[in-house]
Design a protein around this ligand. Structure first.
Ligand code: HEM
Length: 513
């Protein structure tokens, strides 16, 4: 592994190659790399391994630059972020919501929306997540084969709708998820044509896309309409993200109905899709590694004694946190980030022309052998505090970095730990044999054919001796008998894990402008 000090040595002197474009792979003379590589994440990773940390390429005539050194990523995302725009193609679906907006508009939106992600809001969100997970698991039976990707998507969209908009989607959830699937699939084709065929041209794919996006807008409109009618004068509703937006509209004319609509769309979609992917990939990895699954279950059973995790329990699920971190390393749902150069500039000693799209591939970064020993191996035990401290800055960033870091990072981690904690106590799961599980690196990193698992009843007796290294286990003979008292005692004895510190004591890490 690379010594962190090497980071500060041997950087090319500014300007040394600054008149040269970065090395470039061979591609078509005019259009550059041709579309069709569905496995973009491994493809880009291979390109970086062959050509180095800064690679110039053209994708369908558009100039692009792949960077793979976390120091350069820090320049783009943090120290020189004002020299770049976000260049977000998702605007076709999300409009001007927080993910896609820029400049003053983005700053105002972020400041406003942060209120809904204040640390004080998290315990209520965690209650929503636990209640909904409990309800979902009540319909699961040992012996069933289930697609956990679909299950997690249904669960997380329900959590997002209730937590942020106080909305019970009911049957609309299925309609929404189907439309979302169609929109994303059609969008992959649209994006792979680099928008050369405008979405207004009535090709079959464009028509499918437009129909699906219309359905998404209809569901969003109905969420807003319900709230407006429910909180008519004299009636009160929950103070959630939608309330914050609608209240702010009274005093801020810049917050148009369209903008409120775009934010609801952003948080309905962005608030569930990535987390569902994270959960599906974690279930997949745990299915491949029954020993890790058993250790995770042992910790959950010991700490939670059959209950669902409360917000206060989460920091003590130390081993579950390591599992989550390792899963987000190998399968980061937001697997890439892009920025567009607003001017000609220098990066890593090379010339980057104005309008070049800078691409950062988190899949490749998180599997880089310079930072991770045996990078392809699923090994939650690597996440010791010493290892975490030794990692160069930004060598691990599933939630991005800088001012545009994920606003929902704490929410997502809370939700993943809650679902895993509840699920692992009730069920053991094996992967359905002979299924193809293909990572599709498109808008997000999702399992193309889903993840099918066979459920078994969890046998808690067999878990007792399997408590993992780093999991909290105070002297069992000193623990009170009653489950509730045991949980309080364990919480007192055990050290909170790093994510716990983030959730409980350092909200500014997760929540900053
Ligand atoms: C495991 C789950 C998640 C992952 C891996 C993830 C990942 C990311 C990443 C990498 C970014 C930075 C994108 C960039 O800089 O170009 C981002 C931004 C964002 N995420 Fe997440 N996210 C997750 C969950 C969530 C949730 C639950 C929400 C909403 C509650 C959310 C809302 C957002 C928003 C609004 C932004 C844009 C922030 C801004 O530009 O100010 N994300 N996310």
């Amino acid at each position: 592994m690379k010594c962190p000090m090497q980071y500060f040595a041997a950087r090319p002197t500014e300007g040394s190659k600054a008149s040269t474009l970065p090395p470039r792979p061979r591609g078509h003379r005019l259009v550059g790399l041709l579309p069709g590589a569905r496995d973009w994440a491994p493809f880009l990773t291979g390109m970086a391994r062959t050509h180095g940390d800064v690679v110039f390429f053209k994708y369908l005539c558009q100039p692009a630059c792949l960077i793979s050194d976390p120091r350069l990523m820090a320049e783009v995302l943090v120290t020189r972020q004002s020299a770049f725009s976000k260049s977000n193609v998702l605007r076709t679906i999300l409009g001007d919501g927080l993910v896609t907006s820029e400049g003053e508009l983005w700053r105002n939106e972020r400041r406003l929306i942060l209120q809904a992600f204040h640390r004080a809001c998290l315990p209520e969100y965690s209650r929503v997540a636990a209640r909904r997970t409990k309800r979902a698991l009540a319909g699961w039976k040992a012996g069933q084969t289930r697609d956990v990707y679909r299950d997690m998507t249904t669960l997380t969209v329900g959590v997002a709708a209730e937590a942020f908009f106080g909305s019970e989607l009911g049957a609309e959830a299925e309609v929404l998820l189907d439309a979302l699937q169609v929109a994303f699939d059609a969008f992959i084709i649209i994006a792979s044509q680099a928008f050369l065929v405008p979405t207004l041209v009535p090709t079959p794919n464009n028509l499918r896309f437009r129909r699906a996006v219309r359905t998404l807008h209809r569901v969003v409109d109905s969420i807003i309409w319900q709230r407006r009618t429910r909180t008519a004068p004299g009636r009160s509703g929950p103070r959630d993200l939608l309330t914050i937006l609608l209240e702010a509209q009274q005093s801020d004319p810049r917050l148009t109905d369209q903008l409120v609509h775009d934010e609801v769309m952003t948080f309905l979609l962005g608030g569930h899709e990535t987390t569902a992917n994270a959960l599906a990939w974690t279930c997949y990895l745990l299915g491949q590694h029954p020993d890790v699954q058993a250790r995770l279950a042992a910790e959950a059973c010991e700490l939670l004694a059959g209950e669902f995790p409360s917000f206060e329990d989460l920091p003590h699920l130390n081993y579950a946190e390591r599992v989550m971190k390792e899963s987000l390393r190998l399968y980061p749902p937001g697997w890439y980030m892009t920025r567009k150069a607003l001017e000609d500039l220098e990066l890593g000693g090379y010339r980057i022309p104005k309008d070049t799209t800078v691409v950062m591939n988190l899949w490749g970064l998180h599997r880089d052998p310079r930072y991770y020993a045996e990078p392809e191996r699923f090994n939650p035990d690597r996440w010791t505090p010493e290892f975490t401290r030794s990692l160069p800055s930004l060598a691990y960033m599933p939630f991005g970095a800088g001012p545009r870091r994920c606003i929902g990072a704490a929410f997502a981690q809370m939700e993943v730990l809650t679902v895993l904690g509840g699920m692992a106590q009730q069920f053991r799961w094996d992967l359905l044999p002979d299924q193809a599980v293909t990572p599709l690196s498109a808008t997000t990193l999702r399992p193309l054919e889903g993840v099918k698992v066979v459920l078994r009843q969890r046998d808690r007796e067999e878990l007792d001796t399997r408590l993992p290294e780093g999991a909290c286990r105070p002297q069992a003979d000193r623990l009170p008998e009653r489950a509730h008292d045991r949980r309080s005692a364990i919480r007192r004895y055990s050290q909170p894990a790093a994510v716990g510190e983030m959730l409980l004591t350092k909200p500014q890490c997760a929540i900053s402008v």
